[in-house]
Design a protein around this ligand. Sequence first.
Ligand code: SF4
Length: 315
Amino acid sequence: MVAIGQEITQNRLYSVAYEANKRAAIAVPQDGIEAFEQAFSRETKPMASFILGQVLENAQLAIAEERPMCGDTGLPRYYVKVGNEAKIEGGFVALEHTLRRAVADVTQDVQLRANRVHPLTRQNPGNNVGMFAPSVDYSFEPDADWIDVTAVHKGGLFGTDYRMLFPADGTDGIKRFLLDNLAAFARRGLSCPPVVVGVGLGGSKDQCVVLSKEAACLRTMGDRHPDPDVAVLEDELKELANRTGFGVMGVGGDTTALDVHVEIAYTHTGGLPIAISQFCLAYRRSTARVYADGRAEFRDDPLWFTPYYRRAGLE
Ligand code: SF4
């Protein structure tokens, strides 16, 4: 039973943020395993089939040996969804301190590669913590007293790109941008395909980039947008991506994109901004819900895109 009015303690948040981050580093979520198994079973090219088999074996070994499933940590980040009735001991400043501490401790304990460096001096603090690192994004949920903490180790850096289209470019322009994006990065293995492609469509430039990353990292395989027009576009883009034949690590194969997720934001009448983010084959994510009474439940689906989060009207 949920205890309304109780504070969620920092101790509890630390243990959950630590565990979510550790799980994200080690264990591929079940929807990812199933997508890789399906890709493996339908692959017709021998080299691609061999690599997909190795990906699946690697996923099992990482869990058995409690080791990171990729030597590249990517960029660890948190997505936090806060119930409107949730109370946090010490408030959000304490929560942010806790999340940073969890990233530093997991980096040391799981021996994650320390990827975060000063962009000019390349000075490396050695713990994946620094200015604006880890990034923490928030959203809110009505009628809830829990906090969802999602840890993502986002790889596939080279697959992120932006383009300003005109409304008349329409879906043809969107498809052209996807092909250009895949050709630029996937065929050279730069974004480590097969990837989950996140497309942010509309909003402003910064909004569509943010949405593309959330679409890539925070929806499960096979999930479709509730807007039927967007859902159709997701299917078309996935088919198009896989018809390119770039395949796993760009060696040529039947699966370049495990899935494509599109998120939309209402935009300026004169433009059609679009961003693409690729979530690499190191598909790493873990979510925990912390309730006011201290219970915590771990799950694979972040449940980030709630009807409230995608709200369109006044209420
Ligand atoms: S892009 Fe992904 S799979 Fe490739 S090295 Fe980086 S984290 Fe690993």
